[in-house]
Design a protein around this ligand. Structure first.
Ligand SMILES: *[C@@H]1O[C@H](CO)[C@@H](O)[C@H](O)[C@H]1NC(C)=O
Ligand SMILES: *[C@@H]1O[C@H](CO)[C@@H](O)[C@H](O)[C@H]1NC(C)=O
Ligand SMILES: *[C@@H]1O[C@H](CO)[C@@H](O)[C@H](O)[C@H]1NC(C)=O
Length: 141
């Protein structure tokens, strides 16, 4: 039993050791109508082909799960995007080649608040990273 647990630990640490997704910031704070850039970083190798890249980024709120960014085999799939984010998410394609997912979200709404999770899969493995965004509304006086 202990052997099996140890094997499992060494296997998972081995897998996560080769391919990881990290966030540059675990928490973001912003105001309504402002813009923000959310960033994730994933392991890339010089020989890794972009056609093996799959990305799925979603917003989790108390009531909803909304897709904001989807890349399938290296190609963006705008059809997957939830209408909540339509026309408001711009990805930096140069950064993507270097293993950085930079999502510029404009005209923030309070409903954009929540947990953002990006799952990334390449030939090297599968992993995910998460961060929180808190958008506060303007106080009308
Ligand atoms: C849930 O998502 C749908 C579709 O994007 C949207 O119309 C609705 O307002 C969302 N609900 C909440 C509570 O954010
Ligand atoms: C937000 O982004 C939009 C387009 O992405 C730009 O036109 C606008 O000037 C930006 N606003 C701020 C406050 O940076
Ligand atoms: C969001 O930001 C507001 C204003 O700074 C703060 O009062 C509130 O506690 C924050 N909410 C979360 C969930 O961090």
């Amino acid at each position: 039993m202990i052997c099996r647990i140890l094997l499992l630990i060494s296997l998972t640490s081995c897998v996560s050791g080769t391919f990881v997704v990290k966030v540059t910031q675990t928490s973001y704070q912003a105001e309504e109508n402002h813009n923000i850039t959310l960033e994730w970083m994933f392991t890339t190798k010089p020989d890794s082909s972009s056609t093996s890249l799959n990305i799925y980024c979603e917003l989790f709120t108390r009531h909803n799960v909304s897709v904001l960014y989807h890349v399938h085999k290296g190609v963006e799939v705008p059809e997957s995007q939830d209408e909540h984010f339509a026309g408001r998410v711009h990805s930096d394609k140069d950064a993507l080649r270097e293993g950085r997912i930079r999502l510029h979200v404009s005209r923030l709404r309070t409903h954009d608040s929540g947990l953002y999770l990006c799952a990334v899969g390449t030939n090297d493995g599968l992993s995910s990273g998460r961060c929180r965004l808190n958008v506060t509304g303007k106080i009308i006086q």
